[in-house]
Design a protein around this ligand. Structure first.
Ligand SMILES: *[C@@H]1O[C@H](CO)[C@@H](O)[C@H](O)[C@H]1NC(C)=O
Ligand SMILES: *[C@@H]1O[C@H](CO)[C@@H](O)[C@H](O)[C@H]1NC(C)=O
Ligand SMILES: *[C@@H]1O[C@H](CO)[C@@H](O)[C@H](O)[C@H]1NC(C)=O
Ligand SMILES: *[C@@H]1O[C@H](CO)[C@@H](O)[C@H](O)[C@H]1NC(C)=O
Length: 220
């Protein structure tokens, strides 16, 4: 499961300096909103010069696009107030890891798509080496989270709404825009369940012509 935290905090924008030009803080902040366009370039009407200005700001500050986005997005510690796994309270930073997805920086739980993913900061020796599984139905045996939406520090977002986007996916899949996602709004209790489906073939398909069957057996 991956939680998209891509909104930009204005308080963090203040920490960026504009060295070579005389732009006000407000102008600087508006230019930084363009960072979103670099994730999903879906507005052809933005003039080229705005991108040039953004590039200049980043160059002046000697920071990359990734670093800027990472610093302006809320971090996982700020986003999560409380975390429980199977009813047991956990330190959120020990089960959530910041990752880069096709939608920007996210916090992810139970993610194994990148083999070298490490919980570099904390509890390294207690990292699971394969996906966690629930042992029964019901929210008490799953993951419970208390999220802080920080509605007063919400300068830019992908969608015109306050809330976190939650992507439910296979632990081995890279989270991208094709996944079903849920918007978790403010002052809401969301109960999200997953229904699993298994598809298998019986042995009789061995007799089918390979062109019709369109797959090989492991032994072939
Ligand atoms: C910035 O503004 C000040 C005063 O308005 C001016 O003296 C200075 O030359 C400007 N600097 C640049 C790099 O434009
Ligand atoms: C592009 O820059 C101009 C001039 O600063 C500004 O008025 C306009 O709002 C910017 N457009 C976007 C989409 O940021
Ligand atoms: C820019 O950052 C890099 C890496 O952090 C550093 O090696 C380099 O010296 C910096 N350049 C300037 C001009 O500050
Ligand atoms: C993880 O692996 C990817 C792909 O091999 C590589 O680009 C990235 O630098 C690695 N990250 C770390 C922290 O080793």
């Amino acid at each position: 499961m991956t939680i998209l935290t891509t909104f930009l905090n204005i308080s963090l924008i203040i920490s960026l300096r504009s060295v070579s030009n005389n732009r006000s803080l407000e102008e600087l902040a508006w230019d930084l909103r363009l960072l979103f366009q670099l994730i999903k370039n879906n507005d052809p009407d933005i003039p080229q010069e705005n991108y040039t200005r953004l590039h200049q700001i980043l160059t002046d500050n000697n920071i990359s696009v990734d670093t800027a986005l990472q610093n302006l997005s809320p971090n996982c510690e700020d986003a999560f107030q409380r975390c429980k796994w199977k009813g047991e309270e956990k330190r959120c930073e020990s089960i959530f890891e910041p990752i880069k997805s096709s939608e920007g920086f996210c916090c992810t739980f139970n993610y194994f798509a990148l083999k070298n993913l490490t919980f570099s900061r904390i509890l390294v020796n207690r990292v699971e080496n394969r996906p966690r599984r629930v042992s029964a139905c019901g929210y008490q045996t799953g993951l419970e989270l208390l999220l802080d939406n920080k509605p007063h520090d919400y300068f830019a977002s992908h969608i015109p709404s306050i809330g976190y986007r939650i992507f439910i996916h296979n632990p081995y899949y890279f989270p991208d825009w094709t996944l079903q996602n849920i918007l978790s709004g403010m002052k809401m209790l969301d109960l999200i369940s997953v229904t699993s489906t298994m598809t298998y073939s019986s042995d009789t398909i061995r007799n089918m012509d390979i062109g019709t069957r369109d797959c090989l057996f492991p032994t072939k």
